[in-house]
Each structure stands twice: as C-alpha cells, then as structure tokens.
Design a protein around this ligand. Sequence first.
Ligand SMILES: NC(=O)c1ccc[n+]([C@@H]2O[C@H](COP(=O)([O-])OP(=O)(O)OC[C@H]3O[C@@H](n4cnc5c(N)ncnc54)[C@H](OP(=O)(O)O)[C@@H]3O)[C@@H](O)[C@H]2O)c1
Length: 286
Amino acid sequence: MTRTHPAQTGLTLIVGASGKTGRRVADRLTDRGHSVRGVSRSSHPAFDWNRPEGWAQALDGVSQVYLTYSPDLALPQARSDIRRFVDLAATMDVARIVLLSGRGEPDAQACERIVQHSGLDWTIVRASWFNQNFSEGAFHPMIEAGVLALPAGQTPEPFIDVDDIADVAVAALTEPGHSGEVYEVTGPRLLTFADIAEELSTVLGRRVSYIDLPRQAFLDALADEGVPEPMAGLLDYLFATVLDGRNAKLTDGVQRALGRPPKDFRDFARESADQEVWSRAPRVEA
Ligand SMILES: NC(=O)c1ccc[n+]([C@@H]2O[C@H](COP(=O)([O-])OP(=O)(O)OC[C@H]3O[C@@H](n4cnc5c(N)ncnc54)[C@H](OP(=O)(O)O)[C@@H]3O)[C@@H](O)[C@H]2O)c1
C-alpha cells in the first residue's frame, strides 16, 4: 500500500504538550505523519520553565517549535525565560518557532518581539480568551456548580476555540506562507460572561447564572480557596487589566491564516455538551 508522506518538517518540539492547545497541535501533527516531541513537567524527560538545565535535551535534533509558556506569557519572569530559550534554540538546529501569545498584554507582546528578533523563522498566534476555559480550564467547576461568579463586568470578549488555534499553529508549522505573520485570532462574536451563561443555560437545559463579583470579593474568594499569591495576582491582572475593554473587537486572524471563519461559541458549547464535558439537566422520565 502506498502511503503519501507529508512534506518534510523534521522533528517538532511541542512545549506544553499536555495543555489545551499543545495537545491538539501534537495530535494533528501526529495524525498527518509528522515527527513530534511533546514536553512538559510531566513528560519523560521533563521540561520545566524553572529548570533551564533540561532545555537543551528537549531541543536536541529539533527543527521547529510550537511554544507555549505556562502559566502565562504576561508574567514578569516570562521575558527572561523566553529570551534564554530562544537564544538556546538559535544555537541548535531550530529553524522556526510558532509562539502562542495573548492579546492586549504588553508583557506578552515583549516576548513576541524576542521571537521576532531571534533570527529564526517565526509566526505569532496572538489569541483572545479561550472557549475551552469553560470546558477544560479554570471556569469548568463554576459551570458545573451553575454559577459563574467573576469580576468580569459586562465587558465583551471574542472567545476563540482552541481547535482554531491548533489549526492555525499546524498550518504555520507545515505550510509555506505563514512565516513573519502575527495572526491575531478571535472568535466570530463578542460575548459577555452573562452571554456565556445564557448560551450554556440553553445548551445544557439547566440554569447557569452570571454574578458580577466585585474585585475585592474575588480576591478574598481566591485567598479563601488557598490560591497562591502569584496565581491570584495573575487572575486579578487578567480580569482587571486585560478585560478592561481593550480586546473588545473582532479580528480576521483565523480567516487570514486558514481561509475559513472561526468556530462560534454556540457550536463549541453544543459539541462539548454532546461529549458530556458538563452535566446536563436531570432527564424527566415520562
Ligand atoms: N486561557 C486563555 O484564555 C488564553 C488566552 C490567550 C493566551 N493564552 C496563553 O496560553 C498559554 C497556555 O497555553 P495552553 O492553554 O495551551 O496550556 P494549558 O492548558 O494552560 O496547559 C499548560 C501546559 O504547560 C505545562 N506546564 C505547566 N507549568 C509548566 C512549567 N513550569 N514548565 C513547563 N511546562 C509547564 C502543562 O503541563 P505539566 O503540568 O505537565 O507541566 C501543560 O502542558 C499561556 O501562555 C497563556 O498566556 C491563554
């Protein structure tokens, strides 16, 4: 049997390979027959942003990288970590980096510039907040509890599906024409957190409410839950600063990269409900 081999891309390193986007990028590349090395703190060998002595082993023999930073590219230490990682990659056989970044975050944009000035081929995927925060991320327990209590006001955000992010990243890693592009990617609709609660209520057939929490009440709740200070500070920054309306506009990044529109939140919600990522209303027996 003849098997069509994909264009040669060499070995792709996925940093954050068990994460929401990394997992999907790795699956797509593997399904297409590309060679992938996925790393995180739980991989063997492990990759840890706090242990640079292990980075060279991860980069050994790698020709391109899908780079995610955890917990967030907006953290102060990200800049020095990204610089050190990119400098190391440039001294090895790496030819291309595709960086996942966040919209409206000056510190993330500083990290983008490090990649852009690395001398390597680069593509930036600068994303809005993810749909999957509600199904796989921090907001999932709130949807299960039926109360989305966050200091999000009525600011609309164009939530993006991580399947679209993965498609854009894979295109940048496997096709010509994406080098030197900053793809600012959003979903097709601006939605407030109250809108999200309504959408999920409709799909799940049970009430999901939105409570606009005062900022201090949110910080107190995080402290009560024992969330460590750096993470609480990051969440406060994301809601108080990044969600101040600066990102309340749609962009054409998915269309530009893939030649198709991005997935709507409603389609994400229906598909996720069908996959039973949330519990539905109890079925009333006839
Ligand atoms: N969520 C959003 O709405 C949003 C929007 C825009 C941009 N972003 C950006 O997306 C990035 C996160 O990407 P993601 O959502 O795909 O990942 P994710 O779902 O948050 O998962 C994090 C990944 O990083 C690994 N990881 C955690 N701590 C690590 C460390 N110290 N060293 C090495 N690996 C570590 C995790 O695996 P282990 O636990 O095994 O280490 C996992 O693979 C962040 O930079 C964030 O700024 C997020």
